[in-house]
Design a protein around this ligand. Structure first.
Ligand code: HPA
Length: 297
């Protein structure tokens, strides 16, 4: 089997790194560019791409190792350009475990954006609100997560013979560390306050999906201490943390968990609420990036 037709989680470390370099070179062939910040835009939250100055977009289909995303509300393009004066690379749409992709596949684009030079990852997602104070269209900055996707690191998913056991196990010290940057959380909260926007802070629980939760599941996730639940983000932030990147992640609360009355959450509702709340979150991220570049907005 050639490297191109081998599923990413079955590649050796050397083959994986080689594919990362090929993907990086393909992006650089479109534009010689060194992003400082990488962003992953979740369901219905792709609007940040409209704020990119001097954008160059590349379809995922053109980049080795990237996968087409089938989820509604995910465009499937990598965009390079500038926001608030900061060179950024944006994933407009992501893939999910429920689409049949491995952890390593979801983490691959983070490795590529890191190889391009990005030192910070900002991820966004749509999530169901578990905290009883949350309302539809609220925003939450994630300060911790509960991993119900059951894989802590891509290395744990790589049963190839040439991986060193130490690498396969991952660095225990890194793996135990909370990925989310306190400094960036503080800055985001200050910016939200300056905008008069409510920004909750809390714990995100990531599931495999693809279904939304039953009332009992919502109840038990709340009992576990999660404030919001979704089907993404955890693999990407774990990869970023293992690569030593600063990580910031936001949830848009697209529906609130109904634990007492039967109610049905639909993907259309989630995308619609994401679109409603998206501009508020996009503004916070734009201001944060301006702040990072030291430029007045
Ligand atoms: N559960 C899981 N994922 C989600 C939800 C939810 O209620 N809303 C948006 N993504």
């Amino acid at each position: 089997m050639s490297v191109d037709s081998t599923p990413i989680h079955l590649l050796s470390s050397a083959e994986f790194q080689c594919l990362v370099q090929r993907a990086r070179d393909q992006v650089l062939a479109h534009r010689l560019f060194q992003p400082a910040v990488a962003c992953i835009l979740g369901s219905g939250l792709g609007g940040l791409a409209d704020s990119v100055a001097h954008p160059v977009a590349i379809d995922y289909a053109e980049i080795p190792g990237f996968t087409k995303t089938h989820a509604v509300g995910h465009a499937g393009r990598l965009i390079t350009g500038y926001i608030g004066g900061v060179p950024v690379v944006l994933m407009q749409g992501r893939s999910h475990r429920y689409e049949g992709h491995s952890h390593a596949q979801l983490q691959f684009p983070v490795h590529v954006m890191h190889a391009l030079g990005a030192k910070t990852l900002i991820a966004t997602n749509a999530a169901g609100g578990l905290n009883t104070r949350f309302e539809v269209s609220d925003l939450m900055v994630i300060d911790s997560h509960i991993d119900f996707l059951w894989r802590r690191s891509m290395w744990a998913n790589r049963p190839t013979s040439d991986d060193q056991p130490a690498a396969r196990m991952g660095d225990q010290a890194l793996r135990g560390r909370n990925p989310f940057s306190h400094h960036l959380i503080r800055r985001s909260k200050a910016i939200a306050r300056s905008q008069g926007a409510v920004l909750h802070q809390g714990c995100y629980l990531g599931t495999l999906g693809p279904t939304y939760e039953t009332r009992s599941e919502y109840r038990s996730f709340r009992w576990m201490g999660a404030d919001a639940v979704g089907m993404s983000t955890v693999p990407e932030v774990l990869a970023a943390r293992d690569l030593g990147m600063d990580v910031l992640a936001f949830s848009v609360i697209t529906n609130v968990a109904s634990t007492d009355v039967p109610s049905l959450t639909t993907h259309d509702e989630v995308v619609h609420s994401g679109n409603q709340a998206g501009p508020r979150l996009e503004r916070i991220i734009e201001l944060l990036l301006s702040d990072m570049s030291g430029q007045p907005d």
